[in-house]
Every structure is written in C-alpha cells, then in structure tokens.
Design a protein around this ligand. Structure first.
Ligand code: 9D3
Length: 245
C-alpha cells in the first residue's frame, strides 16, 4: 500500500507514522509513505503558499498553484491514486472507509493548514473529503496520520498473527471492547474479576460479551443494531436493561 501526503509539515507527519506497527511496516516494505510539500513548489522569494481570503475575513487560505503542483508530483509516482482531502467539511472517517481505502493500491492524502485550501483545488483534484469528527485540529496532518495508521493495519502482513487475531473493537463486532487485566492479581487493593482467574473459558467468554454489550449500551447505544444480536445477546441486553444501569 502506498500513501502520498501533501503537507507543509512532512517531518511531523513522518515522525508519527514511523513509530510502532506502521513504522515497522514501512521498514518491511509493506507500506510506503511519500510526502510532498507545497512549499517546494512556491517560487517567489518567500516561498509563499497562502494568501488572504477573497471577500475578507480572518485567517489565510492555501493558494492553488503550489498545492496543485505538489499533488502533480505525487501523481507521477502514484498515477492511479484517489486524492482524499482531510477537512472538517468531510464525511466522518470510520472502519468501513479504512477497509475501502485498504483495497486500493495507493491513496494521496491532502493536508490543509490555515483556514483551508482554495476551493478550486477541491473542484479540480479532490475525489473525496474526509473528517475525523466534530472537533477542531490545527491542520490535516494528525488526521492523515490516523488514516494511514488505520488503513495500514488492514494491509496483509502488517499485523502479526496475535494482533490480527485479537478482535479489534468496531471491526470485529461493531461493539466496544471488554475490559482487560494483566498481572498483578491485586493492584492498589483492586482485584481482577474472579471469573478471569477461574479457567472456565465458556464463563470467561460470556462475561466478556456481557461487559462489551453493557458498556456499548451505556456509552455508545447507537452502535447496537438489534439485527446483529444473537438470541444470547438479546437475553443479556434484556437483563442489562432490567438492571437499571
Ligand atoms: C478554527 C478555524 N475554523 C474557523 C471556522 C475552521 C477550521 C479550519 C481549519 C477548523 C479546522 C481546520 C483544520 N482542520 C483540519 O485540517 C482537519 C480536521 C479537523 O479540524 N477536525 C476533524 N477532522 C479534521 S481532518 C482535517
């Protein structure tokens, strides 16, 4: 999987993605991340990439030419790549979008700074607009790093067997995960739930499913789709709802 990233902060972007699982995937040649800065395509004395908004108002807007030329440079290497603009105006990124992107050979991610980019860049070069959600970031780099991370995890061979087998929250069931515990058995007076020490694998699986369903129901009720519930889940849910959480 190849990612091209248009960013004014290539070092910051690479600093995030070169850590951990994705960093190893890059070193193993399973994932490639190329950056291109609009700054390299600005030819005036001050290498200007932004200007004041027509119509007035606060902040600055990224001008079309340097950013279009940076996209063009990445396109030479990634001719088939879709261009995805990270923006608060986009549709909210989720695991289904990550899966869809992971099926492509390559993606070009476009990071904005300032108030955003000139709309004509979007009209002429952007295929899709994606947001991380309803909160304000300073630019697209943190969002691009999140997209690269989540998509790379879905590339075959990037996760080792233990990790891929561990059912990721969302991907696996669409529910939140159950709580996890490790040694010591008692920490600051808090014990591990006894069922986890029982060796009864059926009871453990039932407890974990109950915990996952309970916290999903409490924290993210919109994730529970009744059509996806087994009869056992329905019974658990009925019990949870009667128990006045
Ligand atoms: C405070 C500035 N806002 C004025 C109305 C608008 C604004 C412009 C640019 C808000 C954020 C940004 C920069 N954000 C991103 O580039 C961004 C982002 C985000 O802020 N939140 C969630 N997902 C994303 S993806 C890219």
């Amino acid at each position: 999987m190849q990612f091209g990233v248009v960013t004014l902060f290539p070092e910051a972007l690479m600093g995030i993605v070169e850590a951990g699982v994705v960093g190893r995937a890059i070193r193993d040649g399973k994932v490639d991340v190329f950056t291109e800065s609009p700054r390299s395509h600005a030819h005036d004395k001050h290498r200007t990439v932004d200007d004041r908004p027509f119509g007035g108002g606060p902040g600055m807007v990224m001008t079309p030419q340097p950013t279009m030329d940076a996209i063009g440079t990445l396109r030479q290497r990634l001719p088939k790549a879709k261009v995805v603009y990270l923006t608060p105006q986009g549709s909210v990124f989720n695991q289904a979008a990550a899966t869809r992107f992971s099926q492509a050979e390559s993606v070009i991610l476009l990071c904005g700074r300032y108030e955003g980019i000139d709309e004509r860049i979007i009209d002429s070069a952007v295929d899709e607009e994606v947001s991380l959600g309803d909160f304000v970031l300073s630019g697209g780099e943190v969002a691009a790093a999140a997209v690269i991370d989540s998509v790379s995890r879905l590339v075959p061979g990037v996760l080792g067997h233990p990790e891929s087998a561990s059912q990721d929250s969302f991907a696996a069931s669409g529910w939140l995960d159950c709580p996890h515990y490790t040694r010591p058995e008692i920490f600051n007076g808090m014990a591990v739930p006894p069922v986890l020490m029982s060796g009864d694998h059926k009871a453990i699986a039932l407890w974990r499913r109950q915990q996952a369903l309970t916290r999903t129901r409490l924290r993210r009720p919109e994730l529970i789709q009744s059509s996806a519930l087994t009869p056992a889940d329905r019974a658990l849910l009925k019990k949870i709802e009667s128990e006045d959480f």
